[in-house]
Design a protein around this ligand. Structure first.
Ligand code: AVJ
Length: 322
């Protein structure tokens, strides 16, 4: 690593890229996968046969639409249906449609790190479900949660789907759940989508598809550094590598440097040196079981009220209250 001048970071992205590539071992945050190209690649991932998570959650919503939406409406009156990391809202639309058809009084408030994704979601809802009132918010979960903390007094149903919580280490998940709890009133609920521990091969295949879509998704973080920070990563000189530890339930993604190489990041005025087979850790996708979920809930002061699962028990949606 060689730095010529003092750096003032203009964005969190710049700061985290600098820190992650000068640290040892190197790391980059998976939240930066999602630019326009990354959003598209994640859509492709969700459509892959190996990526069972989306289908499993979709089938839970389809098979339990009535029960789930009844839970949401339990107390009556207007509620805000807040979705953290909404993505394309494909699964949520099942619930939105049912709620809307049954005259529920609610506002859909999707939050996502990608404005691109939110624009797409807004456009598709305007077409498919024009009666659903929608208020979008761009930002990280924590930023958005803090803003939501404001003046709004409506009852809240908070959706955190797709096993997005799996990107957080347990300590971060507890911190996150505590922050969510702090925003919750007695009547509010958190509806959490969680991927379950299962045959390790099934998990490995979901994050290591033969077609290379996940590899392209992982490497997109390097392309993004190239595009936005004037980097010169040769993405072909990095290998997508996935490991899954069935004991901890942690799937980890890496980019492994295939050779000794130097990468220049123009905008940050520094060079990152890679030894042969040196790693960049890019993502964790944590897998859970009921015990871990109970433990996380207890640690963050939440209670599991009920749960839903698919026919193969690959995936669960937990309903949590304060
Ligand atoms: C969107 C975080 C739930 O970890 O399963 C998919 C992202 N990474 N394939 C996941 C992802 C590689 C995904 N989450």
């Amino acid at each position: 690593m060689h730095r010529h001048t003092a750096i003032r970071f203009e964005t969190l992205f710049e700061e985290e890229v600098y820190k992650g590539l000068t640290d040892f071992p190197k790391h980059l945050s998976s939240k930066y996968f999602y630019d326009e190209k990354g959003d598209k690649l994640f859509q492709d991932i969700m459509a892959m046969p190996e990526y069972y998570l989306t289908d499993a959650e979709f089938s839970i919503f389809e098979n339990h639409t009535e029960e789930i939406t009844t839970l949401f409406r339990k107390q009556g009156g207007h509620f805000n249906l807040i979705e953290l990391g909404a993505g394309d809202g494909k699964k949520t639309k099942i619930l939105l449609n049912h709620l809307s058809q049954n005259g529920a009084d609610f506002t859909y408030q999707p939050i996502d790190i990608s404005q691109n994704v939110l624009n797409g979601l807004k456009a598709s809802l305007a077409k498919e479900l024009p009666d659903v009132p929608i208020q979008t918010k761009q930002g990280t979960y924590f930023e958005a949660l803090n803003e939501l903390n404001g003046s709004n007094t409506s009852r809240k149903v908070i959706l955190f789907l797709g096993s997005n919580i799996g990107n957080l280490l347990h300590d971060q998940a507890i911190e996150f759940l505590k922050q969510v709890r702090a925003l919750m009133q007695e009547e509010d609920l958190l509806f959490l989508g969680v991927d379950q521990k299962k045959n390790p091969q099934t998990i490995l295949d979901a994050y290591n598809d033969k077609t290379g879509i996940t590899a392209a998704f992982n490497k997109n973080i390097l392309s993004r550094i190239n595009a936005e920070l004037g980097g010169d990563f040769d993405v072909d000189q990095f290998l997508h590598w996935e490991v899954y530890d069935p004991e901890s339930g942690t799937a980890k993604s890496y980019l492994v440097s295939k050779k000794e190489q130097t990468v220049t990041i123009g905008k940050l005025d520094f060079q990152a040196e890679f030894g042969p087979w040196e790693t960049i850790h890019t993502e964790i996708s944590q897998k859970y079981d009921d015990r871990i979920i109970m433990w996380l809930a207890e640690k963050s002061g939440l209670q599991v009220e009920t749960e839903f699962t698919d026919s193969k028990k690959l995936y669960k949606n937990y309903v949590l209250r304060k």
